[in-house]
Write a protein that binds this ligand. Sequence first.
Ligand code: GLA
Length: 385
Amino acid sequence: MNIKAITEKFNSLFGNELCVYTSPGRVNLIGEHTDYNGGFVFPGAIDKGIYAAINPNGSNKIRVYSIDYQSLSEFGMNEEDAPKEAWARYIFGVVREMRKRGFDPRGFDAVFAGDVPLGAGMSSSAALESTFAFALNDIYNLGIDKFELARIGQSTEHNYCGVKCGIMDQFASLFGKKGHLMRLNCATMEFEYFPFDPKGYKVVLLDTVVKHELASSAYNKRRESCENACSHIKAKHQEINYLSDASSKMLEEIKNEISEEDYMRAKYVIGEKQRVLDVCDALEKGDYATVGDRMYGTHYGMSKEYEVSCNELDFLNDIAKECGVTGSRVMGGGFGGCTINLVKEELYDNFIATAKEKFNKRFGHEPKVYDVVISDGARRLAISH
Ligand code: GLA
């Protein structure tokens, strides 16, 4: 990322005093659509993020310039001041959610840019929320802990961006640690860092560069299906708080009370919980064959039961299988975006070349390729003027 371009733009618009903050996007090895069901996720922060130069401006106004959109947005801090630019609503939302919780960030000027590919399922929006949440907390000494900062980002999505997301993306962006994945129990928010350095393997993302319309409303609909299945199970088993707490047997008991669609969604979530646990065990033993097998299991579930895959993603998954890739699956919310692949080093070149050629032949463009580097979470960069 060209930090100099950000600070220079800031200087030209707002002056010389500034601090630079960054917060990354994320990958997720396994545990998809489990966060809002109280299950486990297994994400890590990546070496791509949002970078913002920021400084208090002594007023109650916020002035933010987006280098990527080449657009300046100015707005106040009250509910009626919502900016019209879609990208600025993420920043407005963070400020609003802080204020709703009784914190009092004041006005600021900022310039930001990012290198998380948009719509690729790497959580550029969580990176944006986390950058500003972390920065405002630091600049104004608000004393908010990182869990609450993550919730502030999540509520921003819910209340200002229309996505009823779980906590995974904001958590990963804030808590990321170089070389480590994190296993998070989303029901209790307990988590562990797992060193992740699969010797002899590479982790690579293949981005279909498609983002299907209505992804947010389809996402919210999945969540409703899960909540519906869960409430039926809870009626019979009071001890169940989240769908991820339920067993397959409990789901079978209520099968006739819910739609076939809701049943399939719940079946996927309950299966996914076990797959994450299997992957954690397998990683501790260096058993990458099992890790990969469960990744394919997740892809199958997301494609056939949860129905959040698409032709492009299924196509890439099939190519991975043909090329002997150890594990491959759609990553993130789905409906487009990328696959995450665990591939032996010696098979890497052939896999990438084959995927590019076949995908191009079928869909008229190549997928984008991103090698994954697991990196640190939100932080202030040692640049100030
Ligand atoms: C999106 C959401 C997350 C999570 C994933 C699917 O990235 O923001 O909360 O639900 O989809 O695992």
